[in-house]
Design a protein around this ligand. Structure first.
Ligand code: FES
Ligand SMILES: [Fe+2]
Length: 412
């Protein structure tokens, strides 16, 4: 049985590759929350099958009220699994958005459902009695974003998505409010790196300066850090029921003042750095100085809510179905509407984001391959911390991982 009393030590990371742990990954993710998309409709309405959750769809009916009386309605979320032979009803590619249609058709055998109510509209199709409504999916709306709800009991704590989101809000105020932002891009990527190590690297502020010196560190100043639960968790061991880390770092006062030449040239050796400075120029000219450099809110086990000046990114990572040294990553990028009017804003932000992501991928990918090899050979390489303050959130994540895996019956 796992010894949770030692959870504040950084466990030997190849533990993540133990067959018993990997066997429970699906069960862990089955009970996890999901980010789904924008909660409020565009005037023309939409349907969305999120690229990371084909078994459900969002339906937002068109808004027919005059602009002055605009009263946005929240998207409904229902099962996308046909009641006949359980095929996917709606098929979507790319960002998963489809134009709104009051009825949706399962092409397998022509079952037709109301998009809004989920009711089967041609029940005569079924010769025997069966349920005739696509079940609703429980959701949580938070600051204009929609999530699939999740709650569970752990060994010593209780997980509630609402509670975790309320915690993020208590610590970040209105920073994550979707109002004034527009979804500008959705990205689906398979990349090198185990999903849990991806999150642990994401929580690690220690790597920002050395690993991202020419990219993210042009924007972020980690000498000012505010993080929860962080060291508070390590010292007190008492943040019962807490499943979220919130890290806020300052912005570097030189952001946007360096050269931005070459940001649009794929062969330029300093493209990432140039993109960060071009982003800074556009932002500071339009809006002045940003309040912070970045805010990262990580909700166990895999949701990452990211705020950067002018941009909110809703990110999620999932295990790769067959290769534990790889993962699937999804991002929804929201841009502040006034900045999106700048012709280069989206492009420059994407170059900056991917230049940073490539650096993370090379680090987490190699860590994963090496640790997997060590785990196969039965080697154990416990490690300590280089900088407890800048690595303060990883003991928390390990502890929660151990807690939930124990609850799922993992014995190591
Ligand atoms: S599976 Fe949808 S109509 Fe048969
Ligand atoms: Fe990184």
């Amino acid at each position: 049985m796992l010894d949770t009393t030692t959870s504040l030590e950084r466990p030997s990371p190849q533990w993540i590759f133990a067959p018993e742990v990997r066997a429970q990954e699906t069960r862990l993710f089955d009970r996890s929350p999901l980010y789904l998309g924008p909660a409020w409709h565009r005037p023309e309405g939409f349907l969305r099958v999120p690229p990371w959750a084909h078994d459900l769809y969002l339906a937002c009916v068109p808004d027919k009220t005059p602009t002055q009386q605009h009263s946005p309605t929240q998207a409904q979320v229902r099962s996308n699994v046909c009641l006949h032979w359980q095929a996917d009803i709606l098929q979507a590619s790319g960002d998963g958005f489809l134009s709104f249609n009051p009825s949706i058709l399962c092409k397998s055998h022509n079952a037709v459902y109301s998009a809004e109510s989920g009711k089967l509209l041609n029940p005569h199709l079924f010769k025997q009695s069966c349920t005739h409504v696509l079940p609703p999916v429980p959701t949580v709306e938070w600051q204009g974003f929609l999530f699939k709800d999740a709650t569970w009991e752990g060994l010593s704590s209780h997980f509630s998505l609402r509670q975790e989101l309320a915690r993020v809000e208590a610590e970040t105020g209105s920073l994550f409010r979707a109002e004034g932002y527009r979804l500008m891009k959705t990205i689906e990527m398979e990349q090198a790196g185990n999903w849990a190590l991806f999150v642990l690297n994401y929580l690690d502020l220690m790597h920002v300066d050395p690993a991202h010196s020419e990219t993210l560190a042009q924007l972020c100043d980690c000498s000012y850090v505010q993080s929860y639960p962080g060291l508070n968790f390590s010292s007190e061991l008492q943040v019962p029921g807490r499943w979220t880390a919130v890290q806020q770092v300052d912005w570097k006062k030189s952001w946007g003042e360096g050269s931005s030449e070459g940001w649009n040239d794929p062969d330029h050796p300093r493209r990432g750095k140039a993109a960060f400075h071009q982003w800074g120029k556009i932002y500071r000219e339009a809006k002045g100085n940003p309040p912070l450099g970045s805010v990262w809110a990580t909700i166990f086990p895999h949701l990452m809510l990211e705020w950067y000046p002018g941009v909110i990114v809703m990110s999620q990572v999932f295990p790769h179905p067959s290769d534990p040294t790889r993962c699937k990553v999804y991002h929804d990028f929201y841009g502040e509407q006034d900045l999106l009017e700048h012709p280069d804003f989206l492009a420059v932000q994407q170059v900056a984001f991917h230049a940073t992501g490539d650096e993370d991928e090379s680090m987490v990918g190699s860590m994963s391959r090496n640790l997997m090899r060590f785990a196969r050979r039965g080697l154990n390489t416990p490690t300590g911390f280089v900088h407890p303050q800048l690595e303060d959130c990883s003991p928390f994540y390990y502890a929660r991982l151990i807690e939930v895996l124990s609850e799922l019956g993992v014995t190591l």
